[in-house]
Design a protein around this ligand. Sequence first.
Ligand code: C2E
Ligand code: CA
Ligand code: CA
Ligand code: CA
Length: 274
Amino acid sequence: VKESGKGHFRFYSKNMDTDFYNYLMLEAHLRRAIEKNELTINYQPQVQLKTGRIKSFEALLRWHNPKFGNVPPLKFIPLAEETGLIIPIGEWVINHVCAQLAKWRKKGRADIRVAVNISPKQFLDPGLPGFIGKTLRKYGLPPSALEIEITEGAMEDKDNILKMLNRLKNMGLTISVDDFGTGYSSLNYIKKFPVDILKIDQSFVRELQISKKDVAITKTIIHLAHHLGLEVVAEGVEEKEQVQFLRSVRCQKAQGYFFSRPITAEEVEKRFFL
Ligand code: C2E
Ligand code: CA
Ligand code: CA
Ligand code: CA
């Protein structure tokens, strides 16, 4: 029996050799993706529900490879994590996003903030705050232009997580908890760590119209955030009814296909810059 990622187990088969071969091939190509200019960033708007304004975007990484085509992040991010490639790739993302933010500021949009996903291994890289600080200076950006999205993950490394979060927070970055509510220690996480924003996971938002449980959970997360003085963002919003419900319970921001798919920087300018 062999683990094939995300808790799936498979019995040994002839496929395993080709699976493993494909995995190695994918890794070899991912290793060269940066120098070959195969990585790009898409931006997904976060809409302020009260005003309809858009001042923040989430940066989502895209990889197009000539041999493999468009490889979804859910396939290559775990691979990057396992191989340590997430460190150079993550730094590429931060640098690319900061360069874009600087261009937008030159066009008069100094009010825009971009949220960058930081994977668990990258988050525990002691070089992370230094790299972010250096990159912000390189592009003349204030720390308020950047938001860091982290997942709850395991709480085992509590001391290191706390140290890192305090360092990032003291730099003036905004910290948000991604996929909030899906971990095993959500409440402990917000109790112990200095965070600014909770992102309600799509799995709770998806069935708001048909599931009383999801309504209760979503309302509770929003109330909790209000009481703690945190901002809330609902993810995966696809339907008008979801928007209406979220507005009625004073969820500040929403993100999802209802408003826009993740789009290129050029499309952002065309659609959202007046
Ligand atoms: P995530 O951070 O939870 O990102 C949200 C995912 O939901 C994105 O998938 C986005 O395209 C998708 N999404 C947005 N709105 C909707 C909607 O209305 N309905 C549905 N069904 N989906 C929606 P994507 O871009 O495929 O990214 C998947 C995951 O890969 C991300 O989940 C994140 O964990 C990871 N990822 C993406 N970019 C990066 C990155 O630059 N660095 C790291 N470390 N991870 C990244
Ligand atoms: Ca995210
Ligand atoms: Ca998420
Ligand atoms: Ca996720």
